[in-house]
Design a protein around this ligand. Structure first.
Ligand code: IMP
Length: 212
């Protein structure tokens, strides 16, 4: 394995994984570094693990390279784990409808739905976590998977939404163990060091290291 392509258009994610994989003599590319354009595979999995594997296998087949993909979202215990794999479009009937709106419209709508469903639930019962699963695939096989969690609670208005950093549900997510700040109130470097993505990335990098 000489090259790994990260299944993302986000240069920040590529840079983060490139830094974590430094020293392994593996070239780390993003989709934007490849000359062809690839269709995004539909994510029909019921779990983050399934969606990460679907993406990794699809891009490995399309690019002919080893591919690392991730899937992430928010699980709220009082909502039986929802929004889960529907996190990106929770306030919409489906992914296609949600994609017609920019992120700065979708994110507040999704937040509004979660806060509405938690109305009347006391703070100690509002436990939640961000989850990130990663999968590495080559040819038609998944070679490694990992899961990372970032624990917290969904705050109660008017304390939340608060904070200007991050994206998605960050403005309503009070970070454990103190629940003093939302993840949107943390500096980006602070959040990136302890996030679900960081945990999942470190775990899969360890597995990649063992594979080569
Ligand atoms: P994706 O896996 O990057 O597509 O993320 C799916 C959705 O989960 C996002 O659209 C967000 O709504 C939510 N999400 C994932 N990670 C985070 C995070 O770090 N902060 C806030 N929301 C997140």
């Amino acid at each position: 394995m000489r090259t790994i392509v990260i299944a993302t258009q986000n240069p920040g994610k590529v840079a983060e994984l490139r830094a974590l994989l430094a020293g392994l003599e593996i070239e780390v590319l993003g989709l934007a570094d490849l000359s062809s354009r690839f269709d995004e595979p539909a994510e029909h999995g019921r779990t983050f693990e399934q969606n990460a594997a679907i993406k990794a296998l699809a891009y490995a087949a399309m690019t002919g390279l080893a591919c690392l993909a991730d899937d992430s979202g928010l699980e709220v215990d009082a909502l039986a784990g929802r929004p889960g794999v529907d996190s990106a479009y929770y306030a919409y009937p489906g992914e296609a409808e949600a994609r017609q709106h920019p992120r700065n419209v979708r994110d507040p709508k999704n937040i509004e739905r979660v806060l509405g469903e938690l109305e009347g639930v006391p703070l100690e019962k509002r436990s939640a976590r961000f989850v990130c699963c990663m999968a590495l695939a080559q040819h038609d096989a998944v070679l490694a998977t990992s899961r990372g969690c970032f624990e917290g609670r969904i705050g109660i208005p008017p304390r939340v939404p608060a904070g200007t950093h991050g994206f998605g549900y960050d403005p309503i997510f009070l970070v454990a163990p103190d629940f003093q700040y939302t993840s949107a109130e943390l500096a980006p470097e602070e959040k990136n060091a302890i996030s679900h993505r960081a945990h999942a990335a470190r775990a899969i990098v360890d597995k990649v290291r063992a594979l080569i």
